[in-house]
Write a protein that binds this ligand. Sequence first.
Ligand SMILES: Cc1ncc(COP(=O)(O)O)c(C=O)c1O
Length: 445
Amino acid sequence: MSVTTTNDFDASPNSLEAFWMPFSANRQFKQAPRLLVSAKDMHYQTHDGRQILDGTAGLWCVNAGHGRKEITEAVAAQIGKLDYAPAFQMGHPLAFRFASQLTAMLPDFDHVFFTNSGSESVDTALKIALAYQRTIGQGSRTRLIGRERGYHGVGFGGISVGGIVSNRKFFGPLLAGVDHLPHTHGVPGNSFAKGQPANGAELADNLERIVALHDPSTIAAVIVEPVAGSTGVLIPPKGYLQKLRQICDKHGILLIFDEVITGFGRLGASFATEYFGVVPDMITCAKGLTNGAVPMGCVFARKGIYDAFMSAPENTIELFHGYTYSAHPVACAAGLATLEIYKREGLFENAAELAPYWEDAVHSLKGTKNVIDLRNLGLVCGIELEPIAGKPTARAFDAFLQCYEKGLLIRTTADIIALSPPLIAKKTHIDQIFDTLGGVLKTLN
Ligand SMILES: Cc1ncc(COP(=O)(O)O)c(C=O)c1O
């Protein structure tokens, strides 16, 4: 029998081997690690003492910037007072307070279901959609419609409705009864569009085609990201989301917006639903919900959805779904402190005010070597590079490594660079982001 002693542990305290890193080139990373050891406001500090400007709000989540004292204090106080409380048949005050404050942000939505991540929010929304249709006597509606290039996390539901090939192809047949809308990338006339592109609303009409193929009576819900983020920032053409809403209404299909990235100010409005003026039936969130400080997600349900479940006898469980950590008290504390910062500092408004400056900075890269498209909305952008022949992803990854060396964190997906700084950014940060990136792009092969 072997016993792990302190000495055994100390023997290799800095080994990088045991951690199987997610969505990472493990071997490459472990040869030349990039370790972040602390963070404050707009910057990370690395293990070798360098400052890195955060051009991506972590993974699109640290909207209020890093190291926020109010969140730290709220979390510390809560863990000391009530570290955990079961959410099944039990409750604690912060969960109800947080849910009330969240629904107050969205007048058409009156209930919130708590999860621990974006992936869980997506699977929760899909399950609520199926259960809702059954509850209202539409049990034949079991089909789910996603979209090509969509990213809805990594649960089986999310990868089934998602449309990113590498996230799907290794994992078997996935959910049955799923179909996909076409993506909105590459519509002629849309290259280098500023804000929402003019062309392509008619792509939403493919939903009519899919409905006709399967019959409306078989379709429960459509799920899309209002702005597709992880696939490389695809902005919806003008009128596209409105058309999806109309077609869903016509056929009794629920519309789910996956706002895991667009929620909490990224577009310069509270949520994409507010920004685009299109109201879905459910909204999935995570990330900015707690400023990334404690894992948490949620699903907003439009008025009427929760009520439909309440016709069962009063002492029965209405929805057989939930997580051990749903509405975790420490996450709720982080979330409440986060909402308070967003409001007090007007961070969504700050994002809206900065958006035109951001747009100009993004489009200043037009004409730069290898840049084949630029897309932007709110405080997010996609910079698409010409892939190196026979080596897809290599050029953008090289840009990522060089930016990191020069003190800037960017994110890449295939050969697209995605940027989404914390909403506390100032114009000087935007200047630094694009000066650094522009310089790097010029030197790439
Ligand atoms: C739109 C969208 N949905 C779902 C997810 C999954 O979230 P998580 O990684 O918290 O599971 C993400 C993550 O980036 C996302 O962008």
